[in-house]
Design a protein around this ligand. Structure first.
Ligand code: MBD
Ligand code: FE
Length: 281
């Protein structure tokens, strides 16, 4: 026996009122979103015969997830942040916008306001005995013209796979910098090779992933925001080739075109031959 109670006029009336549709106050967009969420929740309860026990376990989960600030971690783990990449790509393709570096997810660990410098920066505070990493590139528009004065906002994890601000043992803005590109669109940084990220093993995100038979690991990666006046903001990453989790990323952020080969060079003179001149400041 299936009762489609959520579809009845009585219930729709209730939800309309609950979403404030019978008043003139508030925010219309919020009303639209909340009405849809209430409706879809009710349909899930009916269709999947959600028990009272499951319902209250879900409520408790949301409280615990919020208490641990893990909402932004569960969302990419469920593929819902990468879904935006697919949606925006499809919209671009439909509008004939092609080329350029692919976008990928931002993730929950960005912090605004990193130190800004012209052309180059050192990103690490020198306290982590990691492998020195030189990372450099050019910002080009989709015609291949260099973009001078673009802001390249870079952030990545340390050798423990943890990020400053979220890891209180690191100094403020460690491994977070903004570099303004030079006249040729170039930026370069000295940093340390990051390690991959793992969801907190005792956290609420891993709790769900375990129920799904999944791990919560990301490959080693470096995040980028690129912005310039008159250009669309780009959110992207370089995921490091050779990482065990490169194509087994719990957040689905690794994409074709966003895999970076890391070349290990022991000899500073050989590095200079490749156009790498460090250390910077
Ligand atoms: C990360 O470092 C990250 O980039 C994402 C997407 C999710 C969790 C941690
Ligand atoms: Fe990350």
């Amino acid at each position: 026996m299936t009762i489609k109670l959520a579809h009845t006029d009585q219930v729709q009336d209730l939800f309309n009122k609950a979403a404030g549709l019978d008043n003139e106050q508030g925010n219309p967009r919020m009303k639209q979103l909340i009405l849809r969420i209430i409706n879809d929740a009710a349909k899930i309860i009916e269709d999947l015969e959600v028990t009272q026990d499951e319902f209250w376990k879900g409520v408790d989960y949301l409280n615990r997830m919020g208490a641990g600030s893990e909402a932004g971690l569960l969302i990419p783990g469920l593929g819902l942040e990468h879904y935006f990449d697919l949606l925006l790509d499809a919209q671009d393709a439909a509008e004939g916008h092609t080329g350029g570096t692919p976008r990928t997810i931002e993730g929950p660990l960005y912090v605004a306001g990193a130190p800004m410098s012209e052309g180059e920066a050192r990103m690490d505070d020198g306290t982590d005995a990691g492998t020195v990493m030189f990372l450099q590139g050019r910002i080009l528009d989709t015609d291949g013209t260099p973009v001078a004065g673009a802001v390249v906002d870079i952030w990545h994890a340390n050798t423990n796979g943890t990020y400053s601000y979220f890891d209180s043992t690191q100094s403020e803005f460690n491994l977070r910098r903004r570099i303004v590109t030079d006249a040729e669109g170039r930026y370069r940084v000295r940093s340390i090779v990051p390690s991959g990220y793992g969801c907190p093993p005792e956290g609420t995100t891993q709790e769900v992933l375990t129920q799904l038979g999944r791990h919560g690991q990301r490959p080693a990666h470096v995040h980028f925001f690129v912005s310039a006046p008159g250009h669309r903001h780009l959110t992207t990453q370089i995921n490091l080739a050779g990482d065990k989790f490169l194509w087994d990323d719990f957040a689905y952020a690794t994409r074709d075109g966003l895999v970076g080969d890391i070349r290990f060079i022991d000899d500073a003179a050989a590095a200079k031959d490749r156009g790498i001149e460090g250390p910077f400041a």
